[in-house]
Design a protein around this ligand. Structure first.
Ligand code: NAP
Length: 464
């Protein structure tokens, strides 16, 4: 019987991706105290924490406190972080198979879904996820430009990302300064001319994907009113029946928030959020220079589908809203990884409960957790149970001896290989130093941190 997983011969696990799913993989493994495990975590970015750093809204600092638990996991003597090392270009599957018994992919969902309407490629039309990455200081998005000189913007989709983007566009400098938004975004938003933001939902208030605290917060902005048309706030009979059947408290709260907005009278604030329901974009209109100048929408009506869900169908009534900026916010999408079976229609790695499968058969030693396993839904904590499910199977497979057969399963040879490919890799100690600098720079400005957004600046700070 194999002695892998003992102190003499530790189980070696490679974790691809350092977001919540990656870190919950670490903490779940550490709970299996009968298994001696060494974990090496890789990220294509120099800094850890994935969407907690580059996705969670900069004005929602409380959601970022999860990193305290991730730091705790990272302190474990058998944990190593290799930042700035990309799976598929810097290291291959074969490389990892030489050094690890198990490999788990927690690479998230870096892409986004399209609207598939004419005009989507015009200047001024963007994915909300690009804007989010830009204002959060993701190094790949630092040079992106958004037409903040436009007076109005439309966001398509009724999820929490749409809400985040609207809030960031509508907040005052006072509200944005005490955040950890990237400096370039803070400066650009300071000059912003946006006065009106439209959020466009294809279904009604009872089918919105955002959560109650997030929608309620929109009514509490310093200098922006929120408005909803009375007829669009009215719950249609199909939705009423669905609400009574399901008794979902969050849906009731979301509906109440919209009813509250519809009943408000303007108080003279200088910006406006207009939330529209039961409208679908059909085209982005161009000006003479190929820039977005409007969005054509088709009014929908709600109906109960055969499966009982409430769907929307077009009524034929069209409208054009003049806007100079459009964000599609209709969901993230996972990207295929080299040599890993992928389910293209779902945008996820082909897997069963976290075991990667090829043509329905488990592939020895390969696993997945997080959005790339189950799709881009749920809050940060959802990844905890998701990782727990996969780690349980990894431990089961260890006990059944179903492992890869690395020729060199040890810390030092893995490190040598990585160093030979990426001399400038970032360790967790490097990150801790950068973290301390970012937070101390923030302290002097009354901000949680001032982020590094360029790898070259991070290397300079580390004296390399
Ligand atoms: P999401 O929650 O899946 O919302 C996507 C929205 O896009 C839905 O309203 C959906 O409407 C709409 N949509 C999809 N296709 C469309 C189309 N062709 N035309 C018009 N509308 C369309 O996605 P997300 O906002 O990207 O958020 C991703 C996940 O991250 C969610 O689980 C979210 O809760 C989470 N998140 C949480 C927070 C937070 O906790 N504060 C912040 C950000 C993100 P239908 O319902 O009609 O399909």
């Amino acid at each position: 019987m194999s002695d892998v997983g003992t102190e003499k011969n530790p189980l070696r696990v490679a974790i691809i991706g350092s977001g919540p799913a990656g870190f919950y993989t670490v903490s779940n493994f550490l709970k299996h105290t009968d298994v001696h495990v060494e974990m090496d975590m890789f990220d294509r970015l120099a800094t850890p924490f994935g969407l907690v750093r580059a996705g969670v809204a900069p004005d929602h600092q409380k959601y970022k406190t999860v990193t305290r638990a991730y730091n705790k996991s990272a302190e474990h003597e058998n944990f190593r972080f290799y930042g700035n090392v990309e799976y598929g270009s810097d290291i291959s599957l074969d490389d990892l198979k030489q050094h690890y018994h198990q490999i788990i992919f927690c690479s998230g969902a870096p892409g986004d879904r399209n609207l598939n309407v004419p005009g989507e490629d015009l200047d001024g039309s963007h994915s909300a996820t690009d804007f989010v990455a830009w204002y959060n200081g993701h190094p790949d998005y630092v040079d992106y430009q958004f037409n903040l000189q436009a007076e109005s913007a439309a966001i398509v989709g009724l999820g929490n990302v749409a809400i985040d983007v609207a809030r960031i566009l509508l907040k005052t400098d006072n509200e944005l300064i005490p955040t950890d938004m990237a400096d370039h975004a803070l400066a650009a938003l300071k000059q912003s001319n946006i006065k009106t933001v439209y959020i466009l939902g294809r279904r009604g208030p009872a089918q919105a994907a955002y959560t109650p605290p997030e929608i309620k917060e929109m009514g509490e902005l310093e200098d922006a009113e929120v408005s909803v048309l009375a007829d669009e706030a009215t719950i249609d009979p199909a939705s009423k029946a669905e609400m009574e059947r399901n008794g979902d408290k969050n849906v009731a709260k979301n509906v109440a928030a919209i009813e509250d907005f519809a009943s408000r009278t303007p108080t003279g604030k200088s910006k406006q959020l207009v939330i529209r329901f039961l409208v679908s974009p059909t085209e982005l209109i161009s000006d003479e220079d190929g820039r977005v100048s409007g969005i054509k929408i088709l009014k929908n009506e709600a109906y109960a589908a055969e499966d009982g869900s409430v769907k929307a169908r077009p009524t034929g009534k069209e409208e054009i809203i003049p806007v100079g900026l459009v964000f599609r916010s209709v969901g993230y999408r996972g990207a295929a990884l080299p040599e890993i079976p992928f389910n293209d229609s779902w945008g996820t790695i082909a897997n069963e409960g976290g075991r990667i499968v090829d043509n329905g058969e488990p592939v020895t030693g390969l696993y997945t957790a997080g959005w790339i396993k189950r799709g881009p839904t749920g809050v940060i904590g959802t990844n905890k149970t998701c990782a727990q499910e996969t780690v349980k199977l990894m431990v089961e497979d260890l006990k059944a001896g179903k492992l890869l057969s690395p020729v060199s399963p040890n810390v030092d040879t893995a490190k040598e290989l990585i160093k030979s490919r990426v001399a400038d890799f970032f360790s967790f100690d490097d990150w801790s130093k950068l973290d301390a600098t970012e937070t101390s720079r923030g302290e002097s400005q009354g901000r949680p941190r001032v982020k590094f957004t360029k790898v070259a600046d991070m290397l300079k700070e580390l004296g390399r």
